[in-house]
Ligand binder design. Sequence first.
Ligand SMILES: O=C(O)CCC(=O)C(=O)O
Ligand SMILES: [Fe+2]
Length: 279
Amino acid sequence: MTVQVRRMGPWIGAEVTGVDLRALDEATFAQVYRAWLDHAVIVVRDQQITPAQYLDYCEGFGKVVPHPSKNTRHPEVPQITLLGANKRRADGSINMAIYARGEGYHTDGSYEKVPYKATQLYSVAIPSRGGDTLFASTYAAWDALPEALKARLQGLQGAYIYGGRTADGIERIEQQDRVTEPVLHPLARVHPETGRTALYFDPNKLLYIKGLPAAESDALIEELRGYMIQPDAVYRHQWRRGDAVIWDNRCTYHKAAADYPPEEERIHWRVSIQEWEAA
Ligand SMILES: O=C(O)CCC(=O)C(=O)O
Ligand SMILES: [Fe+2]
């Protein structure tokens, strides 16, 4: 089998074919990894894998860490979160917080000291319509900034906390596991592997920009929000069963369209991946 990489747009997204994730040799994995660095999001179609095989593949990218929310972990492989599972309450009604998880553009783990390197979803149940995931390049967001703004951002850091500005999702974490001190990340983030600069920014989790008066910080956050999504730098993924999609959290934003029929199943095996050395 030969690996083929088909790009999905000028900035972001590629489909990788000719691979079987159950049996990847080192040279083939290196090609997949390279495609991922080049395109930030890669889609591997038509895979039939067990939780253990999935974990193996994910570990090629880094250290797989369990999500802090404990009640959605896969019973056999706790590093895997069952995204979209347990959506119905005991009375049969739908928990819209689970249904709409990931709605609104964000990056994953901005509340961690070292934000996640990557996130991967493997699709095990898809709805009859809707339920896409959208990805935007933060390299493109950075490139779109006026030079003066790029210069102003050098050295500035954002302060993030789980739940962030809107405190959404905080109820998923048990009280004793919640962190109260914000963590700091640079707004101009140089990707450690590609050397390219990305705008690192997550408007809903960012509390303030360190060192700026509150009004100025709020104004800058609003200004940056306007640059996040560049129209030619978005890849919209329409899920098929058996898709494995991994995105680079160091150079992308993403969101769930959250528009599928709520009574239908939409389940992914989800993993968070850290840099090995961050562990
Ligand atoms: O369900 C999706 O399409 C994306 C959810 C999300 O944001 C995530 O898993 O990090
Ligand atoms: Fe996410």
